[in-house]
Design a protein around this ligand. Structure first.
Ligand SMILES: [Zn+2]
Length: 82
């Protein structure tokens, strides 16, 4: 079953299926993502902002690595390597 697509309760109607938006839970979401059109746009905006923040974060780490290399301090370690 694809997330966001829910079959109707067995007792609510035979042969009927509903797919309510997984985000707002108010509007029908016929698409495969399980999002209504409004929430699909909002989700894309939030995802784009997340990628922008991730790019900024990774860029800061790259600049820090360069800063360390210039001063011959070696390499920064990610917290998972400690
Ligand atoms: Zn929605």
């Amino acid at each position: 079953m694809i997330a966001g697509l829910r079959s109707a309760e067995p007792s609510s109607g035979i042969g009927r299926s509903t797919s309510i938006c997984i985000r707002c839970r108010e509007i029908q979401a016929p698409g495969p993502l399980g999002l209504c059109p409004v929430c699909a746009i909002q989700t894309r905006i939030e995802a784009s902002e997340g990628f922008r923040q991730l790019t900024h974060y990774l860029g800061a780490w790259a600049r820090f690595e360069d800063w360390l290399a210039e001063r011959e301090f070696g390499h920064a370690q990610s917290p998972s390597r400690r």
